[in-house]
Write a protein that binds this ligand. Sequence first.
Ligand code: IPE
Ligand code: IPE
Ligand code: MG
Length: 238
Amino acid sequence: MPSLRDSVDRELLPQHVAVIMDGNGRWAKSRGLSRAEGHRKGAEAIEKLMDAALELSINSVSLYAFSTENWSRPPAEIGALWDLLCAFFDEKLPIMIEKGVRVYHSGSRKKLPARVCRVLDEAVLRTAGNKGLKVNFCLNYGARQEIVTAVNHWAKQAKPGESFSEKKMDEFLYTRDLPDVDLLIRTSGECRISNFLLWQCAYAEFIFLKVMWPDFRSSHLYRAIIEFQKRNRRFGGL
Ligand code: IPE
Ligand code: IPE
Ligand code: MG
């Protein structure tokens, strides 16, 4: 029997896999742990996903880590998330550099604590020359905010009479250096997109998994890609 990993067709890989890492709170609750503990375990799962994506030589991975709507959570939970994020980059940035990962940030810097902006800037800068897996951390990210910001940026520099286009939208989004999303995975059993990469997912295949994010393993990525490879993507054609 070939392993799950060997069952992935390397010729038919998704270029860009987007992941809604959901279920940290429920994972913790079911174990009588704090939500912060769920987020801590969730951060550990990120490395498992990155390693599996690196192993398959996937081009890009986008990780939904904090939405523009997540500000409605209690300040203590939000603070714990920023602490975890800073600790994550402190510990993992050298490993990411070694593995050739290139870090991107999608999202608004407004409202992000200065220390979070600093670690993100450092990660983006220190990996800027890397040619391996692109990992796009979506933090303080909302697709509607992204689209409105992109249109406003374009409008500020547009010449009189110039019109907007799909190509220009692509150039002004946070994801300008990444291909369109081919595969969107959401964990935790919820079947919604929650304001994630609305433009980029126009023709993405969606896979909803029951697993809570802290329990995510490489096998979940392999299974999702095998399922993706069975889909018939028609892009409106026959
Ligand atoms: C996802 O897990 C992580 C973030 C949104 C930061 P949740 O915190 O949403 O976990 P659930 O959905 O409450 O279980
Ligand atoms: C989406 O999860 C955002 C992230 C995973 C960062 P949420 O838990 O915030 O989404 P809803 O509220 O269930 O739609
Ligand atoms: Mg959630």
